[in-house]
Design a protein around this ligand. Structure first.
Ligand code: ZN
Length: 44
């Protein structure tokens, strides 16, 4: 999932699967849909 986090007085959106930080929520959500770093244990 995508988590909003504040850093340097900006809001960033972090992909929980791989830790990538994006400055745009839409970009983050689109990334997450295609992220291949999902933890297999999460699906169990
Ligand atoms: Zn990711």
């Amino acid at each position: 999932m995508v988590t909003a986090t504040e850093r340097d007085e900006m809001t960033w959106y972090r992909c929980d699967a791989c830790g990538l930080l994006l400055s745009d929520q839409t970009d983050a959500e689109q990334h997450e849909e295609h992220c291949d770093a999902e933890d297999p244990s999460y699906l169990q």
